[in-house]
Design a protein around this ligand. Sequence first.
Ligand code: NAD
Length: 251
Amino acid sequence: MAASSEAQNSGSPVALVSGGASGIGAAAAAALTARGVRVAALDLKPEEVTGPALGIACDVTDDASVRRAVAEAAERFGRIDIVVNNAGIAAQGTVADNDDEEWHRVMDVNVVGMVRLARAALPHLRRSPVAAIVNTCSIFGWTGVVNRALYSASKGAVQGLTLAMAADHVREGIRVNAVAPGAVDTPWIQRVLALTPDPAAARETLNERHPLGRLARPQEVGEAIAYLALDATGTVGTILSVDGGIHALRL
Ligand code: NAD
């Protein structure tokens, strides 16, 4: 593991994608590999990682697990340049509905999980000539939506965290940005729709709520993540909406 700085920066760039086995994370992994990046997908279910990405078992709520996964990726690839902090879980309800345990559980995955992965990867990112972190935020970070108190608080925290990290690390050569998707057609949304009495009607309602008239495709968010990570070399501390206009537009 104690490779020299030169060896660390040999070969094509390497990205870690948390939650890379499904949905937006899998799409980000695909977009990055299509650009020649070698990807380690860190997930609770590494066996579900597809494509050329390397699946590595990782629970972002467990610091030792995160450190092990980062060490394994560094050992395997010799360098780490990009972190996509994407693993996240849902929560529904008002402040009256979720108990303390649920608040701690969701904040632990959605917020502290990003801190753990960034913290473990930082020594590698500091050695990279093309270092970037992209966090997956949400329009729930800046749009008030009923019954989403806990989830919105977690994504609001990710927004603040993104800006603070961007300020802390920009002079170390690490660009930190985030994407803020609206509803994206991933297994997550499919699970939510399946709980409604009429999933097809609920999907249509959700489509209509977006000015584009449809949910985002996971690939669209994956492309935005790859853009921020690789191409947007002048962009730092930006939260990029990929939300079909739902936050900014009123038709
Ligand atoms: P998804 O459920 O399809 O995938 C989430 C992945 O994260 C899964 O592979 C899961 O195993 C993994 N994961 C969950 N907990 C983990 C943990 N503790 N450690 C490691 N991996 C873990 O969800 P998705 O829709 O692709 O969502 C990904 C991210 O996008 C989340 O942060 C979510 O908040 C955000 N987001 C999703 C939508 C949407 O509409 N789908 C919209 C805005 C933001």
